[in-house]
Design a protein around this ligand. Structure first.
Ligand SMILES: [Ca+2]
Ligand SMILES: [Ca+2]
Length: 99
């Protein structure tokens, strides 16, 4: 049985490859694949963002080597940033409860 963290890492890898393997380079997300991943896997996050150009923005921010694809290294930066944001929210909730 994997631990929670090992399971989360495994899930991250599998989710990435489920989308990256659809078109073109199997190990990278093009814009269409990134959009599908965001829509299906991060729909709560996207729903709170009204900007229709959000995918373009995310793509530009993530694509640090500027090859117009998001590889796994670039993808984990997004996940890490979102996780930090979620943790901030989680800690805020804990603080309110602790009073
Ligand atoms: Ca691909
Ligand atoms: Ca890239």
């Amino acid at each position: 049985m994997p631990s929670d963290l090992e399971g989360a890492m495994d899930a991250l890898i599998h989710v990435f490859h489920r989308y990256s393997g659809k078109e073109g380079d199997k190990y990278k997300l093009n814009k269409g694949e990134l959009k599908q991943l965001l829509n299906c896997e991060l729909s709560d996050f996207l729903a709170s963002q009204k900007d229709p150009r959000l995918v373009d923005k995310i793509m530009r921010d993530l694509d640090s080597n500027q090859d117009n694809e998001v590889d796994f290294n670039e993808f984990v930066v997004l996940v890490a940033a979102l996780t930090v944001a979620c943790n901030d929210f989680f800690e805020e909730q804990l603080k309110h409860k602790g009073k």
